[in-house]
Ligand binder design. Structure first.
Ligand SMILES: Cc1ncc(COP(=O)(O)O)c(C=O)c1O
Length: 362
């Protein structure tokens, strides 16, 4: 086992992931609930109670203590479930959903599984979704629209307030994918409304296993009210519990426990410090990259930074050979970095020194 484990990249060399090393307390809580199965909450009542508390804490964090939802396997399941609820409530033939071009590929999976056409709206010059294009793509078969609060590629935030107004005007549901940004925006931009404060927002993806410092797997789907969750219910005859809302049957309570540990014992103030530090390291990375002649794609909005270069793939591949993981985005062609809590100032110094050598040799 150790031999296999050694083949994994250590997090200290991963500059491309939205996951990180969880806090030891989160790991301890994870292990405590390793045998619990939330697929049958009547049997694992303590785990279920913890999940209810997590939903209440995250709902309140998103300004709706009455939000309903559950802890998912990640952002993908949360996004699928949001679109599934929208489709089931609207009951339209040949439904479609409008997402930004910058949306995570989980929406393509959702469209495929659910039989929903995924329409992609153009971005503006700042890589936010173009509102007029969203409006153009909405028609009588549109069940919902999506805004991203923290895009996967750039960490950019769509104009959620405008999308909310548009959703109300057009009578379609609005889902906000803040799988990454949900644990970042409230700390960096507390006044920015992207959550249930906006009347049009019906559901939110927010993932504890990304910037929430919980263990994998721990995503979360939150709905404005019970109606959306009910639209996902199926009868479960052989269980004591009568119905189930989750996409998977058997599901772990480990992510629930580790999320609870982080939120309850470390707390939101601690997370805020973690996020602010990540942002400081991000700005340091930008300085160092610009010193090497790279140009940023946008001013970092959160702890994600991208730098234009036509040689992005070549650089990434050589870094990979030397044990470093960075990623590449297209449009514009750029190197992408996610500065998670394991990426310290020292890690950046070590990385920049390797990068200098790579640039001399390729
Ligand atoms: C904005 C956004 N949504 C959804 C996802 C999918 O999350 P997961 O990989 O946990 O399923 C990601 C993953 O990076 C993401 O960045």
């Amino acid at each position: 086992m150790d031999e296999f484990k050694r083949k994994d990249f250590p997090y200290s060399r991963i500059l491309s992931s939205m996951c990180t090393t969880p806090h030891p307390l989160a790991v301890k809580a994870h292990v405590k609930f390793i045998t619990s199965n939330l697929g049958d909450p009547a049997l694992f009542r303590g785990a279920k109670e913890l999940e209810d508390r997590v939903i209440e804490m995250l709902g309140s964090f998103m300004h709706n203590p009455k939000a309903r939802g559950y802890v998912t396997s990640g952002g993908t399941e949360a996004n699928i479930q949001a679109l599934r609820a929208f489709r089931n409530l609207k009951k339209l033939a040949n439904p479609n959903v409008v997402v930004p071009e910058s949306a995570h590929f989980s929406f393509d999976k959702a469209g495929d599984i659910l039989g929903i056409e995924i329409r992609k709206a153009r971005l503006d010059e700042d890589y936010r979704v173009d509102l007029s294009d969203v409006e153009r793509l909405i028609d009588e078969k549109t069940v919902g629209i999506v805004g991203i609060a923290g895009t996967t590629s750039l960490g950019q935030i769509d104009p959620i307030e405008d999308l909310s107004k548009l959703a109300l005007e057009k009578d379609v549901f609005l889902h906000v994918d803040s799988a990454f940004g949900g644990f970042v925006i409230p700390f960096l931009y507390p006044k920015l409304k992207f959550d249930f404060r906006l009347e049009g927002v019906c559901s939110i993806t927010i993932d504890p296993h990304k910037m929430g410092m919980a263990t994998i797997p721990a995503g979360c789907i939150l709905f404005r009210d019970e109606r959306f969750l009910k639209a996902l219910a199926v009868k479960t005859p052989y269980l004591i519990t009568e119905e189930q809302f989750s996409l998977t049957g058997t599901r772990p309570a480990t992510g629930v426990a580790s999320t609870y540990a982080v939120l309850k014992y470390l707390g939101f103030e601690w997370l805020k410090k973690v996020v602010k530090r990540c942002m400081d390291v991000t700005l340091y990375l930008v300085e160092e990259m610009e010193r090497l002649g790279f140009e940023r794609v946008i001013d970092p909005v959160m702890n994600v930074a991208c730098f234009k270069t036509e040689r992005a793939t070549e650089i990434r591949d050589e870094l990979y050979r030397r044990g470093w993981a960075v990623s590449v985005i297209e449009n514009p062609r750029a190197l992408r970095f996610v500065v998670m809590p394991h990426v310290t100032f020292r890690v950046i110094d070590e990385f920049i020194s390797t990068l200098k050598d790579v640039l001399r040799n390729i």
